[in-house]
Design a protein around this ligand. Structure first.
Ligand code: UDP
Ligand code: MG
Length: 320
């Protein structure tokens, strides 16, 4: 790695006209100082991905793209959502960059951490996660819901980096590897740790949104969490099945109790058969649903067509 790495910063934007001028100023400032000191290639650039904005976002981006060489734009035909905007940016840059950094347009992620990302990259890390040091700027609700979410996901076997959102650096090979995940519902935060390339963390203070409003209202946040869970694990299905087994077990216990009462002639006629059928049938139905769920779960994992492996080192490549 003799030449300076070519960096591409990817910025998803959805109706961000209020912050964009400032974001452009901050990011080009950082890019310029990094290339002036010879840390990154002079051909490094910032790619603004307009995710179907209805305000002046694209106008701002296209104007700057014409006058500033380090600013590029990508416009999606409609609003595809934050995650898809990120994927569009990453796939578009693809092999053109040695490393990409994704960052939100609203300056909540501290862009001043970018030089530290690059340092880590040059030390040989393939993935650098931006991790929030503290979340004072977030509301009480957002802080706690996030905490519960991370814990829940960990319980279900999905590894996420706590307090890390989509502010991260990916080396070229991790971009290549990431693009092998062709599933429709791509939960990027869950996929990147799966690659298991050498990773580092850079801590930063999360700022208040510079201007404009959050594009993630509660409804979208919940949908995002549900997507994260259902696109990663079939644990909920297994839960249904286990509840079914539990019901059958309870049915058995109640059955013994009911039968004893019946023998002792303590029951109203009809109660024993009724109570037995309720628990037994209920339990069996849940088990049946769970079994069907297991098969659907298999179909679900098959259709994802996830790569079966990720190569860390291959000496065949080094020797030619
Ligand atoms: N964003 C996007 N498409 C959307 C929603 C959001 O590209 O449909 C962008 C948005 O412009 C911002 C980033 O995703 O750059 C994060 O959104 P936001 O700051 O509103 O989320 P929050 O920080 O409140 O979670
Ligand atoms: Mg934000």
């Amino acid at each position: 790695m003799n030449e300076e790495p070519l960096l591409s910063i990817i910025v998803p934007c959805f109706n961000e006209e209020e912050v964009l001028p400032e974001t452009m100023k901050v990011l080009t400032g950082i890019l310029d100082s990094l290339s002036e000191t010879g840390t990154i290639s002079r051909r490094s650039f910032i790619l603004f991905v307009d995710d179907g904005s209805s305000d002046k976002t694209w106008q701002l981006v296209s104007e700057r793209a014409q006058t500033v060489s380090s600013i590029q734009g990508l416009r999606l035909s409609r609003n595809f959502g934050h995650q898809n905007a990120l994927i569009a940016g990453i796939e578009t840059v693809n092999e053109a960059a040695d490393c990409v950094i994704t960052i939100d347009a609203d300056l909540q992620d501290d862009a001043r951490a970018i030089p530290a990302f690059i340092r880590k990259y040059q030390e040989g890390f393939d993935v650098v996660y931006g991790v929030r040091k503290r979340r004072d700027q977030d509301t009480f609700f957002k802080k706690n819901s996030a905490r519960i979410f991370y814990r829940l996901m960990a319980k279900m076997g999905v590894n996420l980096v706590p307090d890390h959102a989509d502010f991260r650096l990916l080396s070229r090979r991790s971009v290549q590897e990431f693009m092998r995940y062709q599933e429709e519902n791509l939960f990027i935060r869950g996929i990147i740790p799966l690659l298991s390339f050498k990773s580092a963390k850079v801590y930063y203070d999360r700022q208040k949104r510079y201007a404009g409003e959050s594009k993630y209202p509660l409804k979208k946040m919940l949908a995002f969490a549900v997507d994260g869970i259902t696109s990663f694990t079939i644990v909920p299905i297994k839960l249904v099945m286990n509840i079914g087994f539990l019901f059958v077990l309870i049915g058995g216990v109640i059955g013994v109790y009911a039968l004893i009462n019946w023998f002792l002639d303590h029951t109203i006629s009809g109660w024993t058969s009724l109570i037995l059928s309720i628990w037994m049938i209920g339990g069996m139905q849940l088990i049946a649903v769970g079994v069907i769920g297991e098969y659907i779960g298999k179909i679900f994992t098959e259709t994802k067509k996830r790569p079966r492996y990720t190569i860390e080192i291959n000496t065949l490549n080094d020797k030619n």
